[in-house]
Design a protein around this ligand. Structure first.
Ligand SMILES: Cc1cc2nc3c(=O)[nH]c(=O)nc-3n(C[C@H](O)[C@H](O)[C@H](O)COP(=O)(O)OP(=O)(O)OC[C@H]3O[C@@H](n4cnc5c(N)ncnc54)[C@H](O)[C@@H]3O)c2cc1C
Ligand code: SF4
Length: 329
């Protein structure tokens, strides 16, 4: 591990300033992703700014009927919160589908959104990887790419984003609040937080160096029933091959509308308006679920070992939408 110095930030603005001032500095929250990457030599910060004790650990109700979740709220606390379980059950389910109980006790809301890909070549410093070493090539293109992207990928990088929580946040139209080193604040939709790999896969988000996530704002929940379904190789403690976060507004067997986001298929949580359009527009619910799945996967491309994901994603969308509509057999 590269030697590093350490400080504990007094407040959010001071934390952002401390990282912004040094190109070799990084925030550390729960450390469950960053420390692993440091041990592997993938991340090599020379200075760590500890944000884990900042007073950003509250979940507050907002005036519009939504919630504001502090960036240091632990994944386990967020999943267990009664307001989240009642109004945003798919967020609670997504969190509980991720990692293990111990990890969720340490992992933070901000850190979960910014965790790095699980591409095995990214974590193996003996192999080329454009995300780790820009310009070195992508080992997954001609290699073992079973877990990789089928949507929105680039020949520069076909990695997927591993966060379950980010998929739920995208479906719920959440916004990330940040502060920069010079004290400026802004709000970014989670759907616009991640960059396309074709823009340079080493920079994954639109955040500037030293820009600290302080909170995530959830608008009031959309109408309808919420379901999160995660398909993976093992029943627990595994990342998603495909996941679907869906909300469907159905009454008396009729679908009035709905929305969904996909995980495990792209470099970011994937939500496309074309996929949602058939919901409510088609009078036969099952037909609308099939049309939604086909539209969402339009343009999907496999890279060999991950070809199966295209059909798996379509089937998972259909099943999850039917569950959310209360129409599963
Ligand atoms: C074995 C294992 C299995 C896992 N399974 C899953 C799974 O199935 N699903 C899933 O979603 N996740 C899974 N995870 C990932 C886990 O959820 C993440 O490691 C965790 O959420 C990261 O949060 P953290 O607070 O520990 O972040 P850290 O490791 O502290 O930080 C991660 C990154 O975010 C940056 N950062 C952290 N907080 C902020 C902030 N507020 N503002 C700006 N930058 C910030 C850090 O600088 C770092 O680059 C798994 C992890 C492990 C080890
Ligand atoms: S898919 Fe991305 S992360 Fe994986 S080897 Fe290729 S460039 Fe690296």
């Amino acid at each position: 591990m590269t030697p590093f110095t350490y400080e504990r930030a007094a407040d959010a603005a001071a934390a952002a300033k401390a990282v912004a001032e040094r190109p070799d500095a990084a925030f550390i929250a729960g450390g469950t992703n960053l420390v692993d990457l440091m041990k592997l030599g993938v991340a090599r910060p020379k200075h760590l700014v500890d944000i884990s004790r900042l007073k950003l650990d509250a979940i507050a109700e907002s005036e519009d009927g939504g919630l504001v979740i502090g960036a240091q709220v632990k994944n386990s606390a967020l999943a267990a919160d009664a307001r989240v379980r009642r109004a945003y059950p798919l967020l609670s389910r997504a969190l509980l589908a991720g990692a293990s109980g111990q990890l969720r006790n340490a992992a933070s809301t901000g850190g979960n959104l910014l965790q790095r890909t699980r591409c095995p070549y990214f974590t193996n410093t003996a192999t080329p990887c454009n995300k780790r070493t820009p310009g070195s090539g992508c080992s997954a293109l001609g290699g073992f790419n079973r877990i990789h992207a089928v949507l929105g990928a680039s020949d520069a990088c076909i990695a997927t984003h591993p966060s379950d929580m980010a998929v739920a946040m995208t479906a719920l139209d959440a916004q990330v609040r940040t502060v920069t080193g010079d004290g400026a604040t802004r709000e970014i939709p989670v759907s616009e937080l991640y960059r396309d790999p074709a823009q340079g896969p080493d920079a994954e988000t639109v955040l500037a160096h030293g820009e600290l996530i302080t909170a995530v704002r959830l608008p009031p929940p959309p109408p309808g029933r919420q379901v999160y379904r995660k398909v993976r190789d093992r029943a627990s403690y595994a990342f998603a091959l495909v996941s679907v976060a869906a909300v469907v507004d159905a009454r008396d067997g009729q679908v009035l509308g709905g929305l969904f986001a996909l995980g495990g298929v792209a470099h970011k949580p994937w939500r496309v308006a074309e996929g949602e359009r058939p919901l409510g527009a088609e009078t036969r619910p099952e037909a609308s679920f099939g049309a939604a799945a086909d539209a969402a996967l339009k343009g999907a491309r496999g890279y060999g070992a991950n070809d199966f994901k295209i059909d798996l994603a379509k089937r998972t969308i259909r099943r999850t939408l039917a569950d959310a509509a209360g129409l599963s057999s």
